[in-house]
Design a binder for this molecule. Structure first.
Ligand SMILES: Cc1ncc(C[n+]2csc(CCOP(=O)(O)OP(=O)(O)O)c2C)c(N)n1
Ligand SMILES: [Mg+2]
Length: 649
């Protein structure tokens, strides 16, 4: 079977593997067709469960945290077993973040037994590892996980008072928890606030800023649970990761750890699969947090991503950080995976890097998901993982550019939000030659409001001197990457998630862009300006209208280079009766809106110019559902675009 990784991942191959039969399976076999990255993990620490000959009897999932606290500690191993089995079964059906959740089964049990959620809030950083938390807070079945109307793949305030933060962007949990703690103390309330943050998320600037702040707040009652599984997707990078490794190895003298030296109370490292050790450690963390003379507490817990499921634990690429639906019997697929936008991007970047030695690629902890693995394998010294730190990636790229290199930063579109200031004032103000590629641009789907890549175009239109391509197909992507790398100043190449669509050749190439349908030489009834990969839908909608309104001249035009707006495009648009713009981003703020503003600025009372309507997503947070269903609901499918065209005829 092949697995299409959850929402945000590429199609990849996985191999045979048993469903866990009580307790973790131990395997070091390499199953994946994707070659391991060069920083493969060393085998994990010793596995206590492997020693027990007979697995404990399964214990049903309790209805709520009170019922969990009422269980005898002896029942917890059986409950952990039930939770693992259900995680695997549910993710096999729905896909999801299986590896991270398998790793936090025991930890989440311990947290909910010690801390009284929701009064003592537990903030899960990023939130992809909150499935077990959901199962223990009255959502045992994760009903309809990641499907429209079903359980969200992240914490969701609409689902439960136990869910605090739904923002799936990493590294904010410490600040959130510390803010909640401060609010409680200001209100004279008791209790602690808890942040659960991964070693990967701790590479993000806002996480480190929060630690800095927390370390100096005497009387803080914030517990930071550092869930150290040594990995983001890939092994975690940087000096702190090395320090955590030294702590795990017992190589740091007591009191000489980074956290203690900063002013925090450090507890650990604790085996995150040992329920007794966790119970003692969480109680100790509470005591330390409640000490009025101490600042925040760090509880360092070591876990294994994918624990208990050999196929995940032995996976060298990402330990099944995220998976699509998969077969429980581990059957191999017989068909090769289709070529995704990410894979094609990776090929285009590698080709550019081969022909220009100045090209270097950067990623914010996502080298494999953004398609850079082939380049990393061929020229590892020219691929840089900076950790979950998009701001850092852009500023490092600025420095590389100033130093004579041609950096390309490969991100997911939603995460560019983190680094808008760097884009504007470091790259654009200084005219640095940096290319940013944005994968998963537009509506993504299953991962919900914070993962849609719908803000990048709106942000890009505000940046002076920025050049942007939104290729409609793989051939245009292949052209855009080297062109962007050769363009002065910052540039963006943005494209959606999933498989590259069939190629859509131009009927005619004009200075204004590629004509995909209609006659641009004749009077134009509607100029449909299609930015990016919704072009096939634009053409299909125009064809549908042509069947019912044969006389109407609807010209579908892809500007190819969408920003800055070309004068030739404005001239063509000014001559049309009506203009409809289409993009996979905010309708009110994107390329179409910029075009409308420029056309309005040309208008006079005697020559008011064309009517302009902008199609895109509404200014709202869009819940998880399938991409096509969301596009239809937003009027961005073929019938929706056709409706908009008809309204302009
Ligand atoms: C700002 C930001 N950039 C990138 C991501 C994508 N991302 C999701 S989870 C993850 C790795 C998280 O690693 P860690 O915090 O150690 O958690 P683990 O999965 O290991 O439990 C990354 C890079 C993100 N969520 N937020
Ligand atoms: Mg981690």
């Amino acid at each position: 079977m092949f697995r299409v990784a959850a929402g945000q991942d590429d199609v990849r191959w996985a191999g045979p593997d048993p469903v866990p039969e009580g307790g973790p399976c131990v395997s070091t076999t390499e199953h994946r067709a994707v070659a391991p990255t060069r920083r493969d993990p060393v085998p994990g620490p010793s596995r206590p469960e492997a020693d027990s000959p007979r697995p404990p009897a399964e214990v049903p999932i309790p209805s709520d945290p009170d019922a969990l606290r009422a269980l005898d500690a002896a029942e917890l191993p059986g409950l952990a077993r039930t939770l693992r089995r259900r995680l695997v079964e549910i993710c096999a059906e729905h896909g999801g973040h299986l590896g991270p959740n398998l790793g936090v089964v025991e930890l989440t049990l311990a947290l909910h037994r010690e801390f009284r959620s929701p009064d003592e809030p537990i903030v899960f950083d990023t939130g992809h590892q909150a499935y077990v938390h959901k199962m223990l807070t009255a959502r045992a079945e994760l009903q309809g996980l990641r499907r429209e109307g079903g359980t969200s793949g992240y914490p969701d305030r609409g689902e439960s008072p136990h869910d605090v933060v739904e923002n799936s962007h990493a590294s904010g949990s410490i600040a959130w928890a510390h803010g909640l703690d401060r609010a409680h103390r200001l209100a004279g309330e008791q209790g602690v606030a808890v942040a659960v943050i991964g070693d990967g998320a701790l590479t993000g600037g806002v996480g480190l800023e929060a630690l800095n702040e927390l370390a100096a707040d005497r009387g803080a009652r914030t517990v930071v649970v550092l869930n150290d599984n040594t990995r983001s997707y890939a092994p975690t990078v940087g000096g702190i990761a090395h320090h955590l490794a030294a702590l795990r190895a017992g190589e740091v003298l007591p009191g000489q750890d980074l956290f203690t030296l900063l002013g925090l109370s450090y507890l650990g490292p604790v085996d995150g699969h040992d329920l007794d050790a966790l119970a003692a450690a969480t109680a100790a963390a509470r005591t330390a947090a409640e000490d009025p003379d101490s600042a925040g507490v760090i509880l360092h817990v070591t876990t294994r991503k994918g624990a208990g499921f050999a196929r995940a634990e032995s996976d060298a690429v990402d330990h099944w950080h995220a998976t699509g639906p998969f077969s429980l019997d581990g059957e191999e697929a017989t068909k090769p995976a289709a070529r995704t936008w990410s894979a094609r991007l990776g090929e285009a970047v590698l080709a550019s890097a081969r022909s220009d030695e100045r090209v270097v690629a950067l990623s914010a902890a996502m080298i494999d998901p953004v398609g850079l693995t082939p380049m990393q394998q061929e020229m590892p010294e020219r691929v840089l993982d900076v950790g979950i730190a998009e701001q850092l990636a852009l500023d490092t790229a600025a420095g590389l550019s100033a130093g004579g290199r041609r950096p390309l930063v490969a991100l997911y579109a939603t995460f560019l939000n983190r680094a808008h200031d760097q884009l504007l004032l470091d790259l654009a103000l200084h005219g640095e030659d940096v290319t940013i590629t944005l994968d998963r641009a537009g509506v993504t789907g299953d991962d919900g409001p914070s993962h849609h890549g719908i803000w990048d175009l709106a942000l890009a239109t505000q940046v002076p001197g920025l050049t942007l391509w939104a290729p409609r197909d793989g051939a245009r992507l292949d052209e855009a990457v080297p062109t962007a790398l050769g363009t002065p100043g910052p540039s963006i190449v943005r494209f959606p998630k999933g498989v590259c669509p069939a190629e859509l050749p131009a009927l005619v190439q004009l200075p204004a862009g590629d004509v995909l349908a209609g006659d641009a030489e004749a009077p134009i009834d509607v100029l449909l300006v299609s930015v990016g990969a919704l072009a096939d839908r634009a053409v299909a909608a125009a064809e549908e209208i042509a069947r019912t309104r044969p006389g109407a001249n609807i010209v579908v035009l892809d500007p190819v280079r969408a920003l800055p707006l070309r004068e030739e495009l404005l001239d063509l648009a000014a001559g049309a009766r009506a203009v409809l713009t289409l993009e996979d981003g905010l309708a009110e703020r994107g390329v179409g809106a910029a075009l409308g503003t420029r056309l309005a600025a040309r208008a006079t009372p005697s020559a008011p110019g064309p009517v302009v309507h902008c199609l895109g997503v509404h200014l709202e947070f869009i819940a998880h559902a399938k991409r096509d269903a969301i596009l239809a609901a937003q009027g961005l499918d073929v019938p929706g675009i056709a409706r908009s065209l008809r309204a302009l005829l």
